[in-house]
Design a protein around this ligand. Sequence first.
Ligand code: NAG
Ligand code: NAG
Ligand code: NAG
Ligand code: NAG
Ligand code: CA
Ligand code: ZN
Length: 534
Amino acid sequence: MSIFPLVLLLGSCSFQTFEGGVDHPLSRRDVSLADAASAFVRTQLQIDSGSVKFKSGYSSDIVQYAYIKQQHNNISFANAVANVAFKDDKVVTFGHSFTKPTSIASSTPTIGIEAAISVAEETLDGTYNKIPTTLEYLVNPDNTVSLIHVVQVQNQKQDTGYEAFVDAHSGKFISAINLVAKAGYHVLPIYKQDVTQGLEFLVDPQNLDSSPLGWHNDGTSTSNDTSGNNVLAYLDQTQSATTSQSSDGLIFNYTQDPTLSPKTPINMDAARTNVFYVINSVHDTTYLYGFTESAFNFQQDNFKNGGVGGDRVLASVQNSFGTDNANFFTPPDGQSGQMNMYLWDQTDPNRDGGLANDIVTHETTHGLGEGWSDAMADWFEQDAAPIVDYSVGTYVNGGFSIRSRPYSTNSTVNPYTYSTVLEATEVHQIGEVWANMLHNVLAALVDAYGFSKTARTDPSGSEGNVVYLHLFIDGLALQHCNPDFLVARDAIIQADQNRYSGAHKCVLWKAFARSGLGFNAADFFDDFSVPSGC
Ligand SMILES: *[C@@H]1O[C@H](CO)[C@@H](O)[C@H](O)[C@H]1NC(C)=O
Ligand SMILES: *[C@@H]1O[C@H](CO)[C@@H](O)[C@H](O)[C@H]1NC(C)=O
Ligand SMILES: *[C@@H]1O[C@H](CO)[C@@H](O)[C@H](O)[C@H]1NC(C)=O
Ligand SMILES: *[C@@H]1O[C@H](CO)[C@@H](O)[C@H](O)[C@H]1NC(C)=O
Ligand SMILES: [Ca+2]
Ligand SMILES: [Zn+2]
């Protein structure tokens, strides 16, 4: 469950920026962030020290941020906050929703907490979830201030959760914040490869452990279109050309019509919705496995979890600069990844890469590293043991894979080994050799340790596909830039040592050795041996 930030509650809010910065009352003195920020807010708003309470603060590499709440009699206001940012001991921004109340209720409650919990449970048809309650002030629209008990209530069956405000004097229910994001998308589920397998209407596919504010809140504002904290999906060159909800409550119910051109409005909406869904889904799953803010992922707001934010994926759908392809530009942390999806003209009507999950997932994974992209799409679209052959791009290419061979454990179907790299001339051909090795590693782990159907949302299992994605993400973090096959193999085996004390070492070595990347492989000469003890 996520707690929406209080900023969503705010009525009027003022915000100022100060370019090079202005002094605060304690400038050039060695004071804490809390003291400097409190003093600044007090002088700006001409209020006494009893009216402000430092809530939290953190520092990025260049700016310090402080959050302050209004308070009265040591009770803080739920919906009156201030934020001050400092750079080099100067204030660079100041925003606040502090209020001058016309009246303030007594700070001693008339109604006890037990009674308030009953009111909240009855009104919201749920059960108090034992999260400690709080006593706060709430600014009403008429600028009077009520004393409230704040109580969290959940209904597991109906998948609802609320933070309820109950008047601590009258005992009346005032309002509640919905803690459970609701949204629905008519898309191609992430475990399917392309639209020929059938679109479905998915409710709440977002994972709040990975995206705590859901998919339509970038930490500053809430959207009702295909933009949010992880991705902005838009048409061609115009970033404002997002797809809006088809009906209230973040419902994106656009059904692709395969008999019509991709350029008909409903199909353009369906493609943007699907691209938005797939990139968010890949974000959420890889986040659970360690591709987080501090591992330099793509997010607008990093929720104070490290790394640099401001870099959600910009996904251009039906980009008109090309056909029959897609690409992803991966700049350093702090700059958005740029994805360009093109139309494919191998069929009539043309086909849209945005409706092929393998293409979107492939491109999204370029944010992690070239050569691993097909393997990621392969992982997402396997749905049971044993691992089956996997062909990339058959939909967009009119039924024929865009790779030279399917990925397979059968060496007749895919004979590629380490030495095949010598004959490869293009990055995707080299990538094919590596992706086939990873396909074999995945298959071997699943054969040995089974398959978890919930691996996309639960990284805690011991099944082969869970282990595989951990080693995949951990391995990428270990290896240096532009790794060769040997480095990549060693990084995966080291990742297993780090996370599982080498429990899967021999399964991994045997899988790599099958593809010629054995213990003595070097200089693109195949070796099929494994270390002693395996
Ligand atoms: C103010 O409230 C906090 C808890 O929110 C408490 O720890 C502190 O002792 C209180 N201070 C005074 C002066 O009552
Ligand atoms: C989306 O929200 C904006 C304002 O935030 C509103 O003007 C617009 O009507 C909404 N669009 C839909 C389709 O609900
Ligand atoms: C989606 O739209 C179709 C009509 O295009 C409708 O039949 C269906 O009930 C809608 N589903 C939802 C969940 O709104
Ligand atoms: C491998 O693939 C070939 C060609 O499709 C097929 O004839 C053979 O039976 C397969 N081998 C296994 C073990 O499945
Ligand atoms: Ca980032
Ligand atoms: Zn690629």
